[in-house]
Design a protein around this ligand. Structure first.
Ligand SMILES: Cc1cc2nc3c(=O)[nH]c(=O)nc-3n(C[C@H](O)[C@H](O)[C@H](O)COP(=O)(O)O)c2cc1C
Length: 319
């Protein structure tokens, strides 16, 4: 896949709605990786007109990621994105077929994040070009079923298509590990979410940079509280906080409460607006514990690019 072979570094930033806008994507592409923007549920032409030029500023390829379940209401958002001529369109979390067909018709490479064996079948059936194995340790939404390494081994044995590894990769060692296993590239979310160029509030970036590897929780609690109709099979991994301590294990009760009164939803929306991380979601994976500080995307790419040293050390030790 020339789109990946042409990269100076085999690294893509994950398309993270609310974090990966044009500035982050543009910085990643300019540093030799592949920049992606994350498209939120309610997309506007105004947002695209502002963010896409930033993503494309380096003149290097860029991509966009969308949520398939949002497109059950119609494919107009896909047409809006395709009008801006991305080089890659990733459609995850639901049936990618109709959106992928539109992308293919427009000559755009397609990708899909898969989280279990059924997703892999779906991606192969829809003839998706790049399969992104997204393990349950990853940040943000996805399946909470299979970890990155087992999923990667499964998919690499099942398809000849290029496979990208995602979930829990935040250091040069992690990049080396997935490339050694046969991945074509690494897809990194959490570490880039904490970058200077990320759209996330400073309090969220600081929460990621100061979290430990065991500080995250996989839960639907934030979506239930905000009344976001994510299909129940997709939860989200976020930094544990007083809100998750109270509700993560009481989803049915939370649902009843939200159905009968607005107080929790209002409190969650206010916390999101003010960046109050004791209530609001800080979506991040276990790799938050490997994210040392808020820094530029170029510095992260330069750090991850040291994967070559680790591959070389393993080769010298075991050839
Ligand atoms: C803050 C945040 C927001 C995310 N938003 C999206 C999104 O809008 N669309 C998407 O396909 N994936 C999204 N993801 C998931 C990523 O694409 C990816 O699966 C994940 O970040 C990989 O794991 P890592 O965080 O350990 O690197 C998001 C992840 C994070 C951390």
């Amino acid at each position: 896949m020339s789109l990946l072979r042409d990269l100076a570094q085999p690294i893509l930033n994950a398309p993270m709605a609310g974090a990966a806008g044009g500035r982050l994507a543009g910085a990643v592409s300019a540093a030799g990786g592949f920049g992606m923007i994350g498209i939120a549920g309610a997309i506007t032409e105004e947002w695209l007109a502002r963010e896409v030029p930033l993503a494309a500023a380096s003149g290097r390829p860029w991509g966009a990621g969308m949520m398939a379940w949002v497109l059950d209401g119609g494919l107009d958002p896909v047409r809006m994105v395709l009008d801006h001529k991305p080089d890659l369109l990733c459609i995850s979390f639901g049936d990618p077929g109709p959106a992928a067909q539109l992308a293919r018709d427009a000559g755009v490479t397609t990708a899909m994040q898969v989280g279990n064996a059924e997703d892999v079948d779906r991606a192969i059936e829809a003839d998706i070009d790049l399969i992104v194995c997204r393990g349950s340790e990853g940040g943000g939404h996805g399946r909470g079923e299979v970890a990155t390494l087992p999923l990667l081994q499964l998919v690499l044995d099942r398809t000849d298509k290029p496979v990208i590894a995602a979930g829990g990769i935040a250091t040069a060692r992690g990049v080396a590990a997935v490339l050694a296993a046969g991945a074509a590239a690494a897809w990194v979310g959490t570490r880039f979410a904490a970058c200077t160029e990320s759209l996330s509030a400073d309090s969220l970036k600081q929460a990621i940079a100061s979290a430990a590897v065991d500080d995250t929780v996989y839960t639907r609690a934030f979506d239930v509280a905000q009344r976001i109709p994510w299909p129940s099979e997709f939860g989200g991994r976020a930094i544990r906080n007083p809100f998750t301590e109270e509700w993560a294990d009481r989803i049915d009760e939370l649902q009843q409460r939200v159905d009968s009164e607005d107080e929790l939803t209002d409190r969650m929306n206010a916390a999101r607006a003010s960046g109050d991380v004791t209530v609001a979601p800080v979506y991040a994976g276990q790799s938050a514990g490997l994210t040392p500080r808020v820094e530029s995307a170029a510095d992260v790419i330069a750090d991850l690019a040291r994967f070559r040293e680790h591959l070389n050390a393993a080769w010298v030790a075991w050839q």
